[in-house]
Design a protein around this ligand. Structure first.
Ligand SMILES: [Zn+2]
Length: 202
């Protein structure tokens, strides 16, 4: 007998839209603003977890092997146990922190940025730059495999949302007004990421 796991209830998705409005999305101009338009599909119909392929990185920022692993799926209750309310609203409800409010938005220390939900490696300080927006900005992810970019039409704007490949966390948006060499600006919420400083003398 196959035991079926139901990770999310339909009712849980019903409140996403309402919750997304709770914090500072004034005029919808914040780059990460907007409810997630469609819920993620955490598990296939047969109840088996969806598999994803990501690139692993050491805390020192060294690229390790590619791995195919089950997607990280938790209930809202479980997310609340490991996230602050602010982290939950941003990463799990696509909220946006106020500009210049995120811890370390202007940090320039060497290190890597991991997903606050699942520790997937997302960005390196090597591609971080000061965009002047008040949100941590990068011109490239640490590995394309580790993020998902999808179109987001919320707030009557055509934008590209950036989420974590491993756990579907909302991270921010990507725009095409960034610096060389890519011309991209990955505009992230500081609260969606955990900074791992590079060890001194390494
Ligand atoms: Zn994640």
């Amino acid at each position: 007998v196959i035991r079926r796991e139901f990770f999310f209830s339909a009712a849980a998705f019903g409140v996403i839209g309402a919750l997304a409005w709770r914090h500072g999305n004034w005029l919808g101009l914040a780059p990460g603003a907007g409810p997630v338009s469609s819920p993620p599909t955490p598990a296939a119909a047969d109840g088996k977890p969806t598999m994803v392929t990501i690139v692993k990185f050491s805390d020192a920022g060294q690229r390790l092997e590619k791995v195919t692993v089950p997607k990280v799926v938790k209930t809202d209750e479980e997310w609340h146990q490991i996230l602050t309310p602010n982290q939950f609203d941003i990463a799990r409800r696509a909220d946006t922190e106020m500009a210049f409010s995120g811890e370390g938005y202007n940090r320039h220390d060497k290190g890597i940025y991991r997903c606050v939900c699942c520790a997937n490696a997302l960005y390196s300080s090597d591609t971080k730059y000061d965009s002047g927006t008040g949100w941590p900005s990068f011109w490239a992810p640490i590995a394309k495999e580790n993020i998902v970019e999808r179109s987001d039409s919320s707030y009557m704007m055509e934008r590209t949302e950036v989420t974590c490949r491993l756990c579907d966390a909302h991270l921010g948006h990507v725009f095409d007004d960034g610096p060389k060499p890519t011309g991209l600006r990955y505009c992230m919420n500081a609260a969606a990421m955990k900074f791992i400083p590079a060890a001194k003398n390494s």
